[in-house]
Design a protein around this ligand. Structure first.
Ligand code: SR1
Ligand code: MG
Length: 414
């Protein structure tokens, strides 16, 4: 569709119009035969966007198109959300692709009129959250995500960039509306007894009331929120949960960086670690057999350790060549890594609690049909989340984070 001046105008695509769009797009021919037999399906399973896979049945090639709607998809038009978020995703994906090639989908083009990102279709990959509910183990999951974080976080930090260059990039990442979602849904509403968007399993009413009355917890969550809003350490992914990771048996990719902005590095690492612990808690129901449950939880602990180890090693390696002599001090570097570790603990805890009490939950827990079973799993997650938030400033090694999770999941860490 064109306006009177001949430019495309925004309209949400569907499985028919997306095919015509691909046929007409000058860059699509590099990825599919635009005159061939094309077929489209809509596969969006996230909270916000439309996602189309377009298959070229003649050559067996395909591409993926992700279009932002002008509202939150799961809430509908009553919750408007600027479709400009697609531009943040385009800019972030380009930077991530440069810093961590092979660890994100290859970006093809960004259509600013349609608020649409075209990219590599990860045809035989799956979002890992769902197979993990069935006990799927991904080789090198933690190592790969730790490597992704070391690469992307270092490359966009003051350690790699000249201050003026970093500030120039920051101009493209104010991302006000999506940061507001995180500020509200992660850091504010879960701690308010009467926030209208909160929802939770009625079997945990008492647990929720107890944590919402915990002044120390709320003070620590407020500190973490303030830091989220003010620590412009690096371009962070901003939503790095297990729904933002796709994998097959030999390849792992990070997707969906639309929440990207300059924030604290520990928010990304914490999101990943917190989601591993949510998975572990959910196996209270998904793996009723105690030995299988303990075994899967040990796997998760191993991947969490591997993620932190890969992040720390990769980051320290890169710190050998810093952009300013100021950053060369070994004591400063140790101090910095220690602060990222504390943030990792705190944000992991925040990301867990919001998935149990806030607006947006996770399938790991919500798929547990029996509310009593779900409550048992949720109580484990709440125990971990509360301790991580409350104790984050005292965390001195990754072992401290593991000990909190292992204790609540009643698994020996060896
Ligand atoms: C209204 S959006 C809810 C959540 O979905 C995204 O994945 C983010 O985690 C956000 O907080
Ligand atoms: Mg997402």
């Amino acid at each position: 569709m064109k306006d009177m001046g001949g430019a495309s105008v925004y309209r949400p695509l569907d499985v028919d119009s997306v095919i015509q769009y691909v046929r007409d797009h000058p860059q699509a021919g590099a990825h599919v035969d635009t005159a061939g037999e094309l077929e489209a399906i809509e596969v969006g399973d996230g909270n916000l966007n439309l996602v189309f896979k377009v298959f070229d049945r003649t050559s067996e090639r395909s591409l993926l198109l992700k279009q932002a709607l002008p509202y939150v998809r799961v809430a509908g038009p009553s919750w408007p959300m600027p479709a400009e978020r697609a531009g943040y995703e385009a800019r972030a994906l380009a930077i991530e692709h440069a810093a961590a090639p092979g660890l994100v989908p290859e970006p093809y083009w960004f259509d600013d009129e349609l608020k649409l990102n075209a990219m590599e279709n990860l045809a035989d990959h799956r979002v890992i959250r769902f197979p993990m509910m069935e006990g799927k183990r991904y080789r090198d999951l933690g190592k790969t995500i730790g490597d992704f974080m070391a690469r992307t976080l270092y490359a966009t930090s003051d350690f790699a960039l000249d201050a003026a260059d970093k500030r120039e990039i920051m101009k493209g990442f104010f991302n006000v509306e999506l940061c507001r979602i995180t500020e509200d849904l992660v850091f504010t509403e879960p701690y308010l007894p009467d926030a209208p968007r909160n929802r939770w399993n009625p079997r945990i009413d008492a647990d929720v009331a107890d944590f919402q009355a915990d002044e120390e917890l709320k003070a620590q969550a407020a500190k973490l929120k303030y830091r989220f809003m003010n620590a412009t350490q690096a371009l962070i992914h901003g939503d790095l949960h297990t729904g933002s990771i796709m994998a097959n048996d030999h390849d792992i990719r990070v997707i969906d960086p639309e929440f990207a902005f300059f924030g604290p590095m520990g928010f990304d690492i914490g999101a990943f670690i917190g989601n591993l612990w949510l998975s572990g808690a959910s196996h209270e129901a998904h793996s009723p057999e105690p030995q299988a449950r303990a075994s899967y939880r040990r796997y998760l602990i191993g991947e969490a350790r591997a993620a932190w180890a890969a992040f720390e090693a990769g980051f320290r390696e890169r710190l050998r060549e810093v952009s300013s002599p100021s950053w060369g001090s070994p004591a400063f570097q140790d101090d910095f890594i220690a602060s990222v570790l504390r943030d990792t603990a705190g944000y992991a805890g925040c990301k867990m609690l919001r998935r149990i009490v806030g607006f947006a939950h996770v399938a790991d827990l919500d798929s547990i049909e029996d509310l009593g079973d779900r409550a048992r799993a949720e109580r484990i997650a709440i125990r971990i989340g509360r301790r991580l938030v409350t104790e984050h400033a005292r965390v001195a090694s990754f072992d401290d984070i593991v000990a909190i999770a292992a204790d609540a999941m009643e698994v020996r860490d060896d």
